[in-house]
Design a protein around this ligand. Structure first.
Ligand code: ATP
Ligand code: MG
Length: 248
């Protein structure tokens, strides 16, 4: 292998993902550099979440491969990719509803701690980090959407990732909670995390992303700075068409 140290942290190399007759991802390549925040944009059904599934190992791609730290991880199962440093949050949050905030985070942190006391302490620290320090004993089912997103972030961070895939972390969250979530992602980046975020909210993308890739029908349509992508005529037309259709 050439120079692994200078390779991007993540390389999505010519991925195609076909389900039955549906081409969900069409020959997509992405490079994500260490420390970068990349935004994945695109209309509903563009293939964004499927791209995360393929990176995290939920689906084996029909064609192409995934390289992480220069190593081909395409054949690794999701748990092995997690141990290698790939974590994700879900578009539809999926905490253990009957467990408390602290207990949910403990599930992610478990592999790193040998005693219960240590595990509990570390999990509480992640809860504080994401702003849920006063909700340690609240059951997940009692959290608001924004708090559930924060819990997702804490659980993912507890696995000590190098790369975090965030699927619509501001989706369904009330407007007044969004600046706090933006600040939280900034602190994660400052801690050295590399992030790919799927995001529809242009304000969030502008504040966070170094680069944006706009997908349509499974393929890269436009990429560049957030401003370049947002002002691209083809993107504007697609998003205007969407908002006319269903209020995006
Ligand atoms: N497991 C699956 N089986 C069959 N088709 C699938 C599967 N997963 C995704 N698809 C299809 O792949 C396409 C891309 O879906 P995907 O969920 O990746 O879109 P998305 O960009 O995340 O959209 P949204 O913005 O609505 O979340 C869609 O046509 C979807 O119906
Ligand atoms: Mg999606």
């Amino acid at each position: 292998m050439a120079n692994v140290a200078s390779a991007p942290l993540l390389q999505v190399d010519a991925i195609t993902m076909i389900f039955g007759g549906i081409v969900a991802i069409d020959n997509l390549s992405l490079d994500v550099k260490q420390g970068q925040i990349l935004a994945l944009m695109g209309p509903n059904g563009a293939g964004k979440t499927t791209t995360f599934h393929v990176i995290a190992g939920v689906h084996k791609p029909t064609l192409g491969c995934i390289l992480f730290q220069g190593q081909d991880i395409t054949a690794l199962r999701p748990d092995a990719r997690c141990r290698a440093g790939v974590a994700r949050t879900f578009q539809i949050t999926q905490p253990f509803e009957q467990l408390s905030v602290a207990e949910n985070i403990m599930v992610g942190a478990r592999p790193y701690h040998s005693s219960m006391a240590e595990l509990r302490k570390a999990s509480e620290a992640y809860a504080h980090k994401v702003g849920l320090g006063d909700k340690l004993n609240t059951l997940a089912k009692g959290l608001s959407t924004g708090q559930r997103k924060r819990l997702e972030l804490a659980r993912a961070m507890a696995t000590r990732p190098k790369l975090l895939l965030m699927d619509e972390v501001t989706g369904g969250v009330d407007m007044k909670s969004i600046p706090g979530l933006i600040d939280l992602v900034k602190t994660l980046r400052a801690d050295g995390l590399t992030i790919v975020l799927i995001e529809h909210n242009m304000r969030v993308i502008n504040e966070l992303a170094d680069e944006a890739v706009f997908m349509n029908r499974g393929a890269r349509m436009v990429s560049g700075t957030p401003h370049e992508v947002a002002t691209n005529p083809a993107v504007v037309e697609l998003y205007l068409g969407e908002s006319a259709d269903h209020g995006h």
